[in-house]
Design a protein around this ligand. Structure first.
Ligand SMILES: [Zn+2]
Length: 261
C-alpha cells in the first residue's frame, strides 16, 4: 500500500503565496491515482485560525473517505494555552490522526509536545532548515514520533540534510519524509546510514507532482521489503499502531512508579 505522507488541503486565509491561499486536490488526485498512491496524509494550508482550518480539513477528509488521512495543525505561538483543547476537538470530534507544526510560524513547545503525547499523535515538524532544534525536542520526548519533512530543508540547505540524516540514525523517534529533496544522494545516504525504517514517502502535493516524487523512491533501487517501508509501511505504523504507543507509555509510567523517591 502506498501512502503519500505529505500533502496540503483546504484554503488558507493569508493569500500572499500558493501555500497560504488554496490547496485544491482535484489535479492531485488524478496524478496520485495514476501513480498508484492509495492514501494521502493531508493537513491545512497556512492559516491564522487553525481551529477553523482543522474543521475545514476534516470536511475534506470525510468527503473523500477513505482516501485521505487528516492531520491537524496548530501554531505553537499564537495557539499557546489552548493546544490540548484544540487537539481534543481534532482527535475526538474531527477524527484527525496526527499533528503538523511549521517552524516558519513557531517551533514545537513543551505544550505542543505534551499534547501530542497525551493523544499519542505522530508529529510532522517542518524545521525550516533549523535542524538543531531536533536535538532539543527529540530526546525530551522519546515517546513522541517526529517526522521531519524535506530532510530538514525545502530550500535545499545541505547542512540541514546532513544533520537530519545523522539525527535519523541517532534518535529512534525521528523520521524524515522525502518530499522536495532535490539532491538525490542525500536520500541515498539517509537509507544507508539510518535504514529504510526511518524514511517516509511524501510528495508535498498539491504543489509538487506526486508521481515525480514517488519515482525518486523507486530510483533508490531498494529490495522490495525496504521500498515498501518507505512507500507506506513506516507511515502506517506511526499513524495506526497507537495501541503499541499506548502500551509503551504505560510501561514507562509503571517504571517511573517504581523509581526510588
Ligand atoms: Zn508541505
Amino acid at each position: 500500500m502506498i501512502i503519500d505522507c505529505h500533502c496540503h488541503a483546504g484554503r488558507g486565509d493569508v493569500m500572499t503565496a500558493p501555500w497560504n491561499t488554496d490547496a485544491p486536490l482535484e489535479t492531485y488526485f488524478r496524478r496520485a491515482g495514476y501513480a498508484g498512491i492509495e492514501h494521502t496524509v493531508v493537513f491545512p494550508a497556512f492559516h491564522t485560525d487553525y481551529s477553523e482550518a482543522n474543521r475545514e480539513l476534516a470536511g475534506i477528509v470525510a468527503r473523500w473517505h477513505p482516501r485521505l488521512i487528516g492531520f491537524a495543525m496548530v501554531n505553537a505561538k499564537s495557539d499557546a494555552g489552548r493546544v490540548h483543547e484544540m487537539l481534543h476537538e481534532a482527535v475526538i470530534r474531527l477524527n484527525l490522526k496526527g499533528l503538523k507544526i511549521h517552524g516558519f510560524e513557531a517551533m514545537p513547545t513543551r505544550e505542543v509536545c505534551e499534547a501530542a503525547r497525551a493523544f499519542n499523535l505522530p508529529m510532522i515538524v517542518d524545521v525550516a532548515g533549523k535542524a538543531h532544534v531536533i536535538d532539543m525536542f527529540a530526546p525530551q520526548y522519546p515517546d513522541v514520533n517526529f517526522i521531519i519533512p524535506h530532510l530538514g530543508s525545502f530550500a535545499d540547505d545541505w547542512r540541514a540534510h546532513e544533520r537530519v540524516i545523522e539525527q535519523l540514525a541517532r534518535y529512534p523517534n525521528v523520521y524524515s519524509d522525502t518530499s522536495g529533496v532535490r539532491r538525490f544522494d542525500y536520500l541515498v545516504q539517509a537509507v544507508r546510514r539510518a535504514g529504510a525504517g526511518k524514511l517516509i514517502f511524501g510528495s508535498d502535493g498539491p504543489w509538487l507532482h506526486p508521481g515525480l516524487e514517488l519515482h525518486k523512491i523507486k530510483l533508490l533501487g531498494l529490495p522490495p521489503k525496504e521500498e515498501a517501508l518507505i512507500l507506506g509501511g513506516n507511515a502506517y505504523r506511526l499513524i495506526f499502531s497507537r495501541e503499541a504507543g499506548r502500551s509503551r507509555s504505560f510501561v514507562q509510567k509503571r517504571k517511573r512508579k517504581h523509581e526510588p523517591g
